[in-house]
Design a protein around this ligand. Structure first.
Ligand code: 1HE
Length: 267
């Protein structure tokens, strides 16, 4: 069975503990973790394999003070890409980010500093985003004479709505702190985004893997379906998940009154 030691990575570092809590680190701090073509290939390699390697939850974090500065603009300039070359590169970004969003393993992004352009596309492919006081979000594509190519038109529009996304792209508007939470760019604002991300990852990893698989793939798939098909797919997923052996003990605990009740403060 493949282990995290088998990955050959230049720009990412991957570790997994005995509980399957996995850390994926963007390790290109000198370039503010800008996404060059090689890093995108490494994201594909890692997120294609982690779900089959026993990962129960992933914390996506970054070295340095910025989460990710987006597309590697220096590489893009040097390569002087033709339209079809960039189109194919975008397809690789989509491959990486779809593996994340649809992979069935919870991914918690621990954010800090710049989460901009393609960095926001990366963060929006995680299932939960945790910001700290330094975190800021922007889509500077307009000012750079570019357009989003890593799924922002789908995922960022999904988070903040079409009008806000268009404003961000036209004007370079930056969202941070409480305002970023209010518009939906992150779900948590804390002092230490990594500590919180691990807390969330450990809590999520307590759920049966099949439940997490459904939560971290079915909801996204169903959003792409008609309401009629989504309702059908939901019934099939619930049929499998809600009858799994792993839920029997949990249901028994509720029935015999040993399980925690769903009340504030009872975690
Ligand atoms: C980079 C990149 C990058 C930094 N590509 N090399 N993204 C942007 O428009 C954001 C561009 N970056 C910045 O605005 C700033 O770098 C930061 C605010 C993120 C950080 O500022 P700072 O002062 O800490 O660092 P710096 O001095 O600007 O950069 C340090 C180094 O990182 C420097 O390299 P060096 O070799 O001269 O030391 C920078 O060149 C390098 N660096 N950001 C390449 N993005 C699929 S389409 C997606 C389209 C987009 O993502 S558009 C948004 C692009």
């Amino acid at each position: 069975k493949k282990t995290v030691e088998d990955f050959a990575l230049e720009n990412l570092v991957v570790t997994m503990d005995a509980d399957g809590i996995t850390t994926v680190t963007l390790n290109r701090a000198a370039k503010r973790n800008a996404l060059n073509a090689e890093t995108v290939e490494e994201l594909i390699e890692v997120f294609s394999n982690l779900p089959r390697m026993g990962a129960r939850a992933v914390v996506l974090r970054a070295e340095g003070t910025h989460f990710c500065a987006g597309l590697d603009l220096v590489e893009h300039h040097a390569e002087d890409r033709r339209p079809e070359e960039f189109m194919h590169l975008c397809l690789r970004w989509h491959e990486a980010f779809n593996k994340m969003e649809y992979g069935g393993v919870p991914i918690i992004a621990a954010l800090k500093g710049a989460v901009v352009g393609g960095g926001l596309e990366l963060a929006s492919s995680a299932h939960i985003r945790v910001a700290d006081q330094s975190t800021y979000f922007a889509l500077p594509e307009g000012q750079r004479g570019l357009f989003t190519g890593g799924g922002a038109t789908i995922r960022v529009a999904d988070l903040v709505g079409k009008a806000r996304m268009i404003d961000m792209m036209l004007t370079g508007r930056i969202y941070a702190k409480e305002e970023a939470i209010q518009v939906g760019l992150a779900q948590y604002l804390v002092e230490d985004s990594e500590a919180k991300a691990y807390e969330i990852a450990r809590a999520a990893a307590e759920n049966p893997p099949l439940s997490n698989f459904a939560i971290c793939s079915a909801i996204s798939h169903m959003q792409n379906m008609s309401a009629l098909d989504a309702a059908y797919a939901e019934s099939v997923v619930a049929g499998v998940v809600n009858t799994q052996p792993a839920s029997r003990g949990r249901l028994a605990a509720f029935a015999n009154k040993t399980a925690a009740r769903v009340k504030p403060g009872q975690g």
